[in-house]
Design a protein around this ligand. Structure first.
Ligand SMILES: NC(=O)c1ccc[n+]([C@@H]2O[C@H](COP(=O)([O-])OP(=O)(O)OC[C@H]3O[C@@H](n4cnc5c(N)ncnc54)[C@H](OP(=O)(O)O)[C@@H]3O)[C@@H](O)[C@H]2O)c1
Length: 368
């Protein structure tokens, strides 16, 4: 195993979310320790995953101490742990009884699997947690919603949430997350809704990108929803590169006119360049019809061309005046109120690009 290989322990990785996550981590080069009670199903998962990764399969029940020790031993053998995912969980009796009728021995078992086992496993593995390791305890919206019939499973997940919360406070050196994967088309979900067609529920694979974002990102410890955590964009910066015939005029326009700070600047035999920093940047794509409509509204039909800059200003009138001083010219007359609720003005920059200045009208008036 290479020195850089990271190791993840995932409980309940023989099917459902655990297996979907294991597949993704294997593809990403992680080494895995996986668990589950059904040894045959776990071996099938191991055989599949080991095509892409080094995988140790440790069959057993997370509520049993001997199994947790065996998982910790496997982790030790793989050189320490970078990620522990407490994913294995128990729904309890189905159809789920209401709390007044919930058999107490069944409730105890649900808590043993969903609450005590995750903490006990973290404790069994604690000597082997590498620095910066993440712990993910898989929770559910049933922890915070009062769905009738979900009192056993829901209260166990609520306890898991709060345990996660406090562990995070006590162990600031670790990243400790409670992660709600959302509804998923899995065996557990089918057992919860035995008579329902659950084919409209998303597959567990759809919850995986959010979990990867949690693992690879630097979000603080806390509770997150997998589908509220989109993958990081592939790019780190979007830079608009403009060729200006009059370099000094363009420099003045973006520096003094728009007030952008210089991030880098150079001058040499091959020519001059300057990079300005800009606040939030977004990319807007319009189809031809929408683009012509915008041209009509804010520029009396003057076509903006293939690329137009759009800048949210504190005050369109004042900014337009500053930009005119910095060499821009108005296109299509004065500022206009748009049908979509903004105040817009269209100008042309000294380098020949059209630029829209806008501010939302309501927000502006609220400030006044
Ligand atoms: N599905 C949903 O809609 C949904 C929604 C919110 C949260 N969740 C949470 O998501 C997680 C994954 O659930 P899932 O839907 O993927 O379930 P699943 O398809 O039923 O898979 C559960 C996995 O856990 C293993 N497992 C169950 N009990 C275990 C035990 N006592 N010891 C060791 N392994 C055990 C199962 O294998 P064996 O049976 O062979 O042990 C299986 O590998 C759970 O924490 C669940 O509470 C699910």
């Amino acid at each position: 195993m290479s020195e850089n290989t990271r190791t993840a322990l995932i409980t309940g990785a023989s099917r459902g979310l655990g297996l979907a996550l294991a597949r993704r981590l294997a593809e990403d080069g992680w080494s895995l320790v996986i668990g589950g009670r059904d040894a045959e199903a776990l071996e099938a998962a191991r055989a599949e995953l080991s095509g892409a990764a080094s995988v140790a399969a440790v069959p057993g029940d997370v509520s049993e101490g001997a199994h947790r020790l065996a998982l910790a031993e496997a982790v030790r053998n793989s050189g320490g742990l970078d990620l522990l995912v407490n994913n294995a969980s128990m729904l309890g009796p189905s159809p789920q009884p209401e709390l007044m009728e919930y058999p107490l021995d069944a409730l105890e078992e649900v808590f043993r699997v969903n609450v005590f086992a995750p903490l006990a496993l973290i404790r069994a593995a604690k000597e082997n947690l590498n620095s910066g390791a993440a712990i993910i305890n898989v929770t559910s919206d049933a922890a915070i919603q009062n769905y009738e019939g979900w009192g056993g499973y829901g209260s166990s997940k609520a306890a898991l949430d709060q345990m996660t919360n406090i562990l995070a406070a006590e162990r600031g050196d670790l990243r400790v997350y409670a992660l709600d994967p959302g509804d998923m088309r899995t065996r557990m979900h089918q057992s919860a809704f035995p008579d329902e067609d659950i084919s409209d529920r998303p597959l567990p694979e759809e919850s995986v990108p959010g979990i990867i974002r949690l693992i690879e990102g630097d979000l603080p410890s806390g509770r997150y929803e997998a589908r509220g955590l989109p993958e990081e964009p592939r790019i780190k910066e979007l830079r608009v590169a403009i060729t200006a015939d009059d370099f000094d005029a363009a420099r003045r326009f973006y520096g003094e006119g728009l007030g952008l700070p210089v991030a880098d600047e150079w001058s040499g035999e091959s020519g001059n360049g300057v990079i300005f920093s800009a606040p939030d940047t977004t990319v807007e794509i319009l189809d031809r019809r929408q683009s012509e409509f915008v041209d009509e509204v804010e520029a009396k039909g003057h076509a903006s061309g293939h690329v137009r800059l759009a800048v949210e200003a504190g005050d369109v009138g004042e900014t337009a005046a500053a930009l005119r001083d910095a060499g821009a010219r108005m296109v299509g007359g004065t500022a206009v109120e748009t049908p979509w609720g903004d105040m817009n003005a269209r100008l042309e920059t000294p380098d020949g690009l059209q630029i829209t200045l806008f501010h939302p009208i309501e927000e502006k008036e609220a400030v006044r």
